[in-house]
Design a protein around this ligand. Structure first.
Ligand SMILES: [Fe+2]
Length: 284
């Protein structure tokens, strides 16, 4: 049976049903891949995939980006190893708080991410949604003056920078993502390698713009972020246990929404590497 693709009312995203990702055949994969390139965010309700099935699904999109050398699928959770809920002033919770700012995954690494997979295992009674914003549709709607202004600009992306803006000063060697070399330099306008569409490639990890005064850069990036992240270019998913989503980091921003940290939330995340031909930083 052919899978059912229901686009959202936003410029991005579709919900896919009538498919079992654990037994996806080549024909089904082609449909999923085509939908991924068109909608950039796919949500599959109620799949309840095992960890190994999630990894197999993620590998369809490319090589896994190893965030933790012990596992290909990392938990994003407020639950500690001892089973107790973590305090907000712990390192992990400060990183999760950072995820509530609009960003694209691994833009702070020399090779940025192609895609991310996220599945819901324990969801709070309210809040904790994930929200995406369409930076392709935003680029399309820029006026010509703005397009000319951003066309040749490049920005430095750094996880140290984005956490510091929240008051979280992170030391070198703190863990994955805190890249110790020069911050990766990336064009503000990214051309999608599959679709050829241009997108604004910024987010909270983008700080300084090469050759521009820092205050002017911050103002420009802030204006562009505001422009990207508004309807009809945003979509919010309220998770139910068993849902799984995959999105395209090359043309979308995303953020987590707040929830009451006295409740448990467990999401499982797998990240897919970008292609060095198109996702390597200019200064890598
Ligand atoms: Fe993220």
């Amino acid at each position: 049976m052919a899978l059912t693709i229901q686009p959202t009312a936003s410029t991005l995203g579709a919900t896919i049903t009538d498919v079992d990702l654990a037994t996806l055949d080549e024909c089904g994969w082609r449909d999923v891949e085509n939908a991924f390139n068109e909608y950039a965010l796919l949500i599959f309700p109620g799949q309840a995939l095992s960890e190994s099935a999630q990894i197999s699904f993620a590998k369809r999109f490319g090589e896994i980006e190893v965030l933790d050398k012990n596992t290909l699928t990392v938990p994003l959770t407020n639950k500690g190893a001892d089973g107790k809920l973590l305090a907000d002033d712990t390192f992990r919770m400060k990183l999760l708080a950072g995820n509530e700012g609009w960003h694209t995954d691994s833009s702070y690494m020399p090779l940025s991410a192609k895609a991310s997979v996220l599945s819901a295992h324990v969801v709070p009674s309210s809040g904790g949604q994930t929200e995406w914003a369409d930076s392709r549709a935003a680029y399309d709607k820029l006026d010509e003056t703005r397009k000319d202004q951003v066309q040749d600009l490049t920005a430095y992306h750094s996880y140290f920078y984005s956490q510091a803006k929240l008051g979280h000063e992170v030391e070198v060697g703190a863990g994955y993502g805190f890249f110790e070399g020069d911050p990766p330099l990336r064009p503000l306008v990214k051309v999608h390698p599959e679709t050829g569409r241009s997108a604004l490639y910024i987010g909270r990890h983008a700080g300084r713009i090469a050759g521009m005064d820092d205050d002017l850069a911050e103002k420009l990036l802030s204006e562009l972020m505001t422009f990207i992240c508004q309807p009809p270019r945003t979509y919010t998913h309220t998770w139910e246990r068993g849902d799984i989503a995959v999105w395209d980091n090359r043309c979308l921003l995303h953020r987590a929404r707040p929830y009451d940290h006295r409740e448990e939330r467990v999401m499982m995340h797998t990240r897919i590497k970008g292609d060095p031909a198109t996702e390597l930083a200019l200064n890598a």
